[in-house]
Design a protein around this ligand. Sequence first.
Ligand code: PGA
Length: 255
Amino acid sequence: MDKSLRKAVIAGNWKMNKTPDEAKAIINEMKPLVADADCDVVLCVPYIDIFAAQEAAAGSNIKIGAENCHWAESGAFTGEVSAPMLKAIGVEYVIIGHSERRQYFGETDETVNKRVRAALDSGLTVILCVGELLDERKKGVTMEVVRSQTKIALQGVSNEELDKIIIAYEPVWAIGTGETATAEQANEVNHAIREVLGEIYCPKCASRVTIQYGGSMNAKNAAELLAQEDVDGGLIGGASLKAEDFSVIVKAASI
Ligand code: PGA
């Protein structure tokens, strides 16, 4: 499989951090640092920051995404935001199925699938998160978990729509913990995800899908992780809140 078939994507996931003014300030700091990137650069930000982030990123190579979307187009879902709403304000990317959504907000493989469908129907590019819990890794069922999450999330997604899917492998035990998967562990699971995609679609289709690693990726370990054959980018939490650190990761993906 040829890594050069795929464009690397470095995406920040700000989670519940930064006010609109803070968003503008950090994006203004980031812009010159990532201007020469030879990879796609995305920042997924809280809904409240989207307008400010778009304004600050205008004319640069930084694209703005959201951190989730609901599956319905509209309706009585207090506190939720729909995919058509995101599309209407020029959002291009949306994270779906992040482990924090699954862990703290009751999202299941089935609701993740519905959100993926809704995002695609609105023309958004999905960053679909999958990954095992520590307990599951200890039990040796990582591959089963990740295979099943991937399969269910992509139910009803056509071959053509695969162009709008990025998968982020994020072992839950590595998120925000400072503990990173080794480059080999990341590559092994990313490779397994590509195999599942090959089974659902076709091996050639799978070879074109960007599969990121996420979980304490930082300025120090990014180069080694990104050098792996099946690691095509990163979903970056903590390190995307610092312009300098984020730009080092972007540079590591641009080699
Ligand atoms: P982290 O978060 O880089 O802070 O571990 C990654 C993520 O949750 O997407």
